[in-house]
Design a protein around this ligand. Structure first.
Ligand SMILES: Cc1cc2nc3c(=O)[nH]c(=O)nc-3n(C[C@H](O)[C@H](O)[C@H](O)COP(=O)(O)OP(=O)(O)OC[C@H]3O[C@@H](n4cnc5c(N)ncnc54)[C@H](O)[C@@H]3O)c2cc1C
Length: 414
């Protein structure tokens, strides 16, 4: 509280960083400003076994939280593929996994404790009207210091991965969504290879330690990361190699059919070391296949080489003002380009084309990923855009928590 008051008194900007895992500068401080990390505020304060709830200090990193929950016999209901970020950072950016009965990660929060931008302590319960504003706060509504999370009893997921033709995914889409706790699919560009990923809670025993080792170390780390990076290094000089590399990786990595059972967090996790840039948009789920077909056609027609699968996930709608899933069950389409050994092949054209397609479908970008769209676009797609920023300015009259990223977002003078 003292730090915030001092920042106000001396006209200093202040930025809290979580895991620093966002692909843009949402967490970056201003020149001459203060960068605050809550890394040492990582204690588990209370575990309520009766309600399956846990209260933690907001600096806790996801792996530490998962470890503590496991000891307490609890699991997080849904996770993205990154399980190394920070809890408050995840809430502030609309972090999400996949599964149409699960909204973004903030929906599991039952209470936030916050130091407001003027240095007061505030407690927000899920039942408060204001929760809809604070659920995805973009780091501008205060410093989150404590979070209470609704968890569920510890569970394992049975994961089925299988190749499926695109036409079949489209024909069976409603069933795939309804009949699985978690469903997503990927497409390997420049091939006809699609794979569905289905995750369901199960009492079956865990797959063997050997299988887990092969999945995460041999296939996940050595092949999907190290070997892939090595190949993509050559493709960074000659992009026309990309389709051949994609075909090879698809043959090695995409199973015709595979079944495994892991503790839930392992099942959600995807090991990722390769440097990459990512654009991900949420849009109305009813447009899933229209958008997806446009993306496929664009890659083919524009002759753009895409070295990474396109990932398609599904998230339940919510009423959180700045959530990309606000007001609609949504499809999230994730597009990536890899940077092998820090080499940057041309990739802006791909992402600009993605922005263009998604804007036609009133898409909303992930707050922690890349986008090149304007304030006008945000205003058109977020019904509560103006109301959110009015509220943020009222809470933070000196805008001490608003950095360059936010000023660009709002089209404010530097
Ligand atoms: C390999 C990889 C895979 C990924 N997979 C997914 C995925 O599957 N799904 C998904 O949704 N995202 C994914 N992401 C994106 C990333 O996980 C999210 O953007 C992430 O949630 C950001 O969390 P962070 O802790 O890194 O926050 P940061 O990037 O550090 O910060 C993000 C925002 O949170 C604010 N903030 C942080 N702490 C606080 C606090 N205590 N109080 C107030 N504001 C705070 C910061 O100021 C900033 O505005 C992935 C990223 C990587 C690198």
């Amino acid at each position: 509280m003292a730090l915030v008051k001092e920042a106000n008194a001396h006209g200093k900007r202040l930025k809290v960083v979580g895991g620093g895992d966002s692909y843009n500068d949402i967490f970056c401080p201003e020149e001459g400003g203060i960068l605050l990390s809550l890394k040492v505020m990582d204690r588990v304060l209370e575990v309520d076994k009766r309600l399956n709830r846990v209260t933690v200090e907001a600096g806790i990193m996801m792996p530490d939280l998962i470890r503590c929950l496991k000891k307490a016999g609890l699991s997080l209901s849904n996770l993205g593929t990154n399980i190394f970020d920070n809890l408050a950072g995840a809430c502030s950016t609309g972090y999400h996994g996949s599964g149409i009965n699960y909204a973004i990660f903030s929906s599991f929060v039952t209470a936030f404790e916050i130091i407001t931008p003027t240095g007061e302590k505030k407690h927000i319960e899920k039942s408060d009207d204001a929760f809809a504003i604070y659920a995805v706060g973009l780091g501008v509504l205060g410093i989150i210091t404590r979070i209470t999370l609704q968890c569920e009893p510890y569970f394992r997921l049975e994961v089925v991965e299988k190749k499926m033709p695109f036409e079949q995914i489209e024909a069976e889409f409603d069933q795939l969504l309804a009949e699985n706790d978690h469903f997503k699919f990927i497409w390997v560009p420049h091939t006809k290879d699609f794979m569905v990923w289905l995750g369901n809670r199960t009492d079956k025993p865990r797959s063997s330690a050997y299988k887990k080792f092969m999945t995460y170390f041999t296939t996940g780390l050595l092949i999907n990361n190290l070997f892939h990076e090595f190949l993509l290094f050559f493709a960074s000089f000659r992009r026309s190699l990309v389709p051949r590399i994609n075909r090879l990786m698809s043959r090695i990595l995409l199973p015709e059919y595979s079944e495994s059972v892991y503790d839930a967090h392992w099942a959600f996790f995807l090991p990722h070391l390769l440097k990459q840039d990512v654009v991900e948009y949420a849009f109305d789920i009813k447009d899933t296949f229209k958008v997806f077909k446009e993306v496929i056609a664009m890659i083919e027609e524009k002759g753009i080489y895409v070295d990474t699968p396109v990932e398609v996930r599904f998230v339940k709608g919510d009423n959180y003002w700045m959530s990309p899933s606000y007001g609609m069950d949504s499809c999230w389409i994730g597009t990536k380009i890899h940077f092998p050994y820090y080499r940057h092949p041309e990739y802006q054209r791909y992402f600009t084309e993605i922005d263009t397609i998604l804007l036609r479908y009133r898409g909303r970008p992930h707050w922690g990923k890349q986008f090149r769209i304007t304030t006008g676009d945000f205003k058109r797609t977020y019904p509560k855009w103006d109301a959110f920023w009015r509220y943020a300015d009222q809470e933070d009259p000196n805008r001490i928590l608003q950095n360059g990223f936010i000023r660009r977002l709002r089209d404010l003078e530097e």
